[in-house]
Design a protein around this ligand. Structure first.
Ligand code: DGL
Length: 275
């Protein structure tokens, strides 16, 4: 049974989704989270839709088994190709699913942004989900997309500030396809960590580009959904749990980049049980 005190389930291919977890807890500090990072299978961005769906289905069943009241797919790659699939599974338990794409598309529509650039993994960009959804709401919007597959591994490896990351960020953002945009969607949950560096690129280029960090937009959306379903946790009993499908010390070390507090990762064996 769904209850306001039940946790929110949230998952990503790895630890990038912790940027969404952070934003959700900043907005909703009374909520408990069960986070699942599928570190055994990252990156999702280079996998086929069928493979991503298979991983998402196992994780969704795990989260439903933890009695979550809501599921957030905190990964653009998974949101792009597996949202309806996850929704179908969760519906059987009467649990709503939020992806990280629709809240951003709504934001673009409501704020009448008409010249949008989107950067993300190959899976996200290859799915064309952003242009399709944005143009469906507002056919006159110009949407330009660019796959930026080096950014997520760069961030996971801790290259955020410094010459290497600056050169990679610059090389992507200087691509002609992004020349005339006035907003840039960071369509990968890793990218909020380099928002400042992206902003610096545009500042140096004397260009005004609004950078849409999807984690904050998604957190506001989660709040609205919980409020409208009367599922906001009013008790102050908060407990978070963080699971990964493969554990290494370096994953735990990297979580410090993504999450404001120290995280203790638990190794979950749901995929081994499946095999
Ligand atoms: N966090 C994933 C996303 O939002 C990117 C990392 C991956 O490719 O697994 O797309």
């Amino acid at each position: 049974m769904k209850h306001s005190e039940s946790p929110i389930g949230i998952f990503d291919s790895g630890i990038g989704g912790l940027t969404v977890a952070n934003a959700v807890l900043n907005t909703l500090p009374n909520e408990s989270l069960i986070y699942f990072g599928d570190t055994a299978h990252l990156p999702y961005g280079d996998k086929s839709p069928d493979t991503i769906k298979r991983y998402c289905s196992v994780i969704t069943s795990f989260l439903l088994g933890c009695n979550v009241k809501l599921i957030i797919i905190a990964c653009n790659s998974a949101s792009s190709v597996a949202f309806e699939y996850v929704q179908e599974i969760a519906k059987q338990h009467d649990v709503q699913v939020i992806n990280v794409i629709d809240p951003v598309v709504d934001y673009i529509h409501l704020n009448k942004i008409n010249n949008v650039g989107v950067i993300g993994t190959r899976a996200t960009i290859g799915s064309n989900i952003f242009p399709n959804k944005i143009l469906h709401l507002h056919p006159n919007t110009r949407v330009e997309s660019l796959a930026t597959p080096l950014l997520a591994p760069m961030i996971e490896s801790g290259f955020i500030k410094g010459d290497i990351s600056k050169a990679i960020i610059e090389a992507y953002l200087a691509e002609p396809v992004l020349d005339d945009i006035n907003a840039l969607v960071l369509a990968c949950t890793h990218y909020p960590l380099i928002k400042k560096e992206i902003a610096e690129f545009y500042l140096d280029a004397h260009r005004e580009v609004e950078i849409l960090a999807t984690n904050e937009i998604v957190a506001q959306y989660v709040k609205k959904v919980l409020e409208s379903s009367d599922l906001i946790n009013k008790s102050s009993k908060v407990q978070h749990q963080f699971f990964v499908s493969d554990y290494t010390d370096s994953f735990e070390e990297t979580t410090k980049l993504f999450y404001k507090e120290e995280v203790f990762l638990k190794h979950s064996r749901i995929f081994e049980e499946e095999a």
